[in-house]
Design a protein. Structure first.
Length: 152
């Protein structure tokens, strides 16, 4: 790294930098300054390597979908889906009706253990909450959480 300074300011050809000294004539840089620059560059490269090695960035994510199994129902159900107690999506399922829709889209999540949950809104009847399901998602894997539901 070279530092260019105007000649009018450096008539002696050297600038004092504490213990180190920068000479503009032959571009020699004092050892402490070189160490500081090298340390700074090493810190930046180390940080970049840490980010690149982060498991969230390098590990393939898996996918989780939710499927409603309600063979004796005929209704429209607003749904909410959760992974590890965080709502990841919502959908409106149409069960036993034209244009039936009973499977959610896929939600990406890192490989490993997770807790899945789902809620259905039943209007004045309240909210149906399925028990939590604990799963282990493989790298790049896909899982469908089947939600059994009985209509009377």
């Amino acid at each position: 790294m070279l530092l260019a300074l105007p000649a009018a300011r450096c008539s002696s050809g050297a600038i004092g930098l504490g213990r180190s000294q920068l000479r503009t004539q032959d571009r020699a840089v004092g050892i402490p300054l070189v160490r500081l620059i090298a340390f700074s560059m090493t810190a930046v490269l180390f940080s970049a390597c840490q980010v690149a090695d982060s498991p969230q960035l390098t590990a393939p994510k898996g996918q989780v979908s939710f499927h409603l199994n309600a063979p004796f129902c005929s209704s429209i159900l607003p749904m909410q889906f959760f992974i590890d107690q965080v709502q990841v999506g919502s959908d409106t399922f149409r069960v036993g009706l034209p244009n039936q829709h009973v499977t959610s889209g896929a939600f990406e999540t890192p490989a490993g253990p997770h807790v899945l949950a789902a809620h259905a809104f039943l209007g004045q009847a309240g909210t149906y909450v399925w028990p939590d399901t604990t799963i282990t998602l493989e790298r790049g894997g896909a899982l469908i959480d089947t939600l059994p539901f009985y209509c009377s």
